[in-house]
Design a protein around this ligand. Structure first.
Ligand SMILES: NC(=O)c1ccc[n+]([C@@H]2O[C@H](COP(=O)([O-])OP(=O)(O)OC[C@H]3O[C@@H](n4cnc5c(N)ncnc54)[C@H](O)[C@@H]3O)[C@@H](O)[C@H]2O)c1
Length: 344
């Protein structure tokens, strides 16, 4: 298969590229340049890309040209401004990228006949958050307190509306939770903050130690995206009738930010600590959990790594890279190990 990944230079996109090329697939990409020190850059991911297109998804012409030039069999749309705090400082770019950028991608998908299926990535943050204990199911109402969540809810509704209004090749929306893994360099995310702080021997400041999130390893999330794509390509009628899919871990992985930091500090071994700053921060949800029963029952998807293993694999990746193993090798090694695991 020839996949086009938008956002291939980002954290999930780089892992997805390595995972798919490791399986023998061809991958092209459309994204902005990678962040300095990102997995894409330090892991030599670009060497594996068939057509590496750098362009802005806010331009309809750019997106259309990229899809026409590559003529992929299938599209994973990941490109986005994915950060809540950044969305408070630059709401316009967030909305333009996530909403109009996605519109451009979906419109172009409809115009390129080679594309057999597409998966549009949104997030668990699309749900109207009422701090409920049980996880959100796909039919729960959407909402969005902060600009990022609102933009992704708009993206989600837009894609659902497109599927109804302009039916074409199979399309579905994938919503996942807080994903962790080696090589994430996004600012203001917990694991990158912890790994950077621990590596430099500095104390890490946690903004919301009591916030509960559904933590999941990136490979479990991406495996869900791929399973969904495979079923769309084969036009499985049971899968085609459901437009949106949650890929979240079970309740055992619903942990506070503080619990993640404690476990990561323990696994790190040498001195590692965190504290809570005194200043206030913009609103973020306190409790956010997903119910992935549909994906488990209909797609046969399940996490292979539990909470402790997901944190452990992230710490191990960072420690092995710090010890001199090159990031490409460290990542491929975890992908290979992951393939040998059975579902939890
Ligand atoms: N990482 C998580 O925990 C998480 C959780 C839920 C949902 N998501 C979603 O998963 C997707 C990938 O997230 P990530 O963690 O890899 O983010 P990331 O910031 O690491 O990667 C974002 C990617 O999008 C690209 N991009 C951003 N703006 C663009 C533009 N205007 N034009 C073209 N490309 C652009 C970047 O170049 C990069 O390749 C996003 O849609 C995000 O909302 C992530």
């Amino acid at each position: 298969m020839h996949y086009l990944i938008t956002g291939h230079t980002g954290f999930k996109g780089a892992w997805l590229t390595l995972m798919l090329t490791q399986q023998g697939h061809q991958v092209s990409g459309l994204s902005l340049d990678p962040e300095p020190g990102s997995l894409y850059e330090v892991g030599d991911v670009g060497e594996l890309i068939h057509k590496d297109i750098r362009g802005d998804i806010r331009s309809a012409d750019t997106v259309r040209a990229a899809l026409e030039t590559t003529s992929p069999d299938a599209v994973f749309h990941l490109a986005a401004q994915p950060l809540v705090r950044e969305s408070y400082s630059d709401p316009r770019t967030t909305v333009e990228t996530n909403v109009m950028g996605t519109f451009n991608v979906i419109e172009a998908i409809s115009a390129v006949p080679s594309i057999q299926a597409s998966v549009i990535i949104t997030t668990d943050k699309v749900y109207r958050n009422v701090n409920q204990i049980q996880g959100y199911i796909e039919s729960d109402p959407l909402g969005g307190h902060d600009p990022y969540s609102a933009s992704k809810a708009m993206t989600d509704i837009l894609a659902q509306s497109w599927m109804l209004s302009f039916p074409g090749s199979p399309m579905a929306i994938a919503r996942a939770g807080n994903v962790i893994g080696g090589g994430d360099v996004c600012q203001d995310r917990l694991m990158p903050d912890l790994m950077n702080g621990f590596s430099q021997g500095s104390e890490v400041l946690l903004r919301y130690p009591e916030a509960v999130r559904p933590w999941q390893h990136v490979l479990d999330c991406l495996t869900g995206y791929q399973l969904l794509m495979q079923e769309l390509i084969t036009r499985n009628p049971m899968i085609l009738e459901q437009p949106t899919w949650n890929f979240g871990p079970g309740p055992a992985n619903f942990k506070t930010v503080g619990e993640v930091a404690d476990l990561a500090a323990k696994l790190w071994g040498s001195p590692a600590s965190w504290s809570v700053p005194t200043q206030t921060h913009p609103h973020e949800a306190e409790l956010l959990a997903l119910d992935a029963t549909a994906a488990r029952q209909k797609l046969g998807w399940a996490d292979r790594l539990d909470f402790s293993q997901a944190v452990e694999w992230t710490v191990e990746w960072t420690k092995s890279v710090n010890s001199g193993i090159d990031p490409h090798t460290a990542t491929i090694s975890q992908i290979t190990q992951f393939e040998t695991l059975v579902n939890q």
